[in-house]
Design a protein around this ligand. Sequence first.
Ligand SMILES: [Zn+2]
Length: 317
Amino acid sequence: MPESKNYFIGIDIGGTTVKEGLFDEEGNLLGKVSVPTPPLIDEAGYAAVVGGIEQLMAEAQRPILFVRGIGLAIPCPVPASGNITMMANIQIDATGLAEALRERCPHAVVRYVNDANAAAMGEIWQGSAQGAQNMVMVTIGTGVGGGVVINGDVVYGAFGAGGEIGHMCLNPGESRTCGCGGFGHLEQYSSASGVVSNYLRECQMRGVEPIELSGPSDSRSVFQACREGDKVAWAAVETMTDYLAQALSIIAAIVDPDEFLIGGGASASADVYLEKLIEKYQRFTLTVSETTPIKVAELGNDAGIIGSAYVALRAAK
Ligand SMILES: [Zn+2]
């Protein structure tokens, strides 16, 4: 029988899949399951999540009473109070689900955390930012998310907007709207869909036929075109890095972190833009924070389960 008696569950609730991971205190991943996301608003939905924990503990041959913490990463703002009022594109009754989890795992603390914030905590625990106390992570996917870690803890914010870096307004004169309804937000220029939209605008302005794209957030093809020397694609990436570098320099003036991390799907194309980003960041930022490293995140798809388990582990201590 294993000696350790403290286990932690990280649950990453996405639009299509719920991923669950079982961890020991040292952070070893002992098992993983995933199920299609049910509507998390009734007993049937809760049972799907609880069932995942039961399966993980059974497979690892540990009693369920040894679960000391359950962290749930969700794609919407989570205020420090834990009172979640705003829902994105998933159906979830946060209170009901937490109650169902506590009932099945009576010795566990249950904590919600925004998914981008969870990813930042995951990188601190097991990824590129291990050991950093102050770190800011920018997640570049369809949108731009972020996580701000200060003194080892994620900044939730009074209303849950802590780390919503994608919605910094950097171009108030913009006439197109951001996904949130605002104007000129970072996300509009520096997310995967932002890069595509920068690119299509450049094509239109120059009267150039765009390359074939698989969809409105296919930044991967635009980055590939850059690698092949496409000047129009490069212009789109210049716009992306202009705004992202501005955002990082503003954050540096407020938080002055040990390091920045770039994560999310578009971090796989960092070979195209990271050097440019660093160069512009150094140009825009205050001299004292010029040398702040900007690195690429490591954990990929597991960041959510790792980070949410870590949030639960810290809460249990
Ligand atoms: Zn916005």
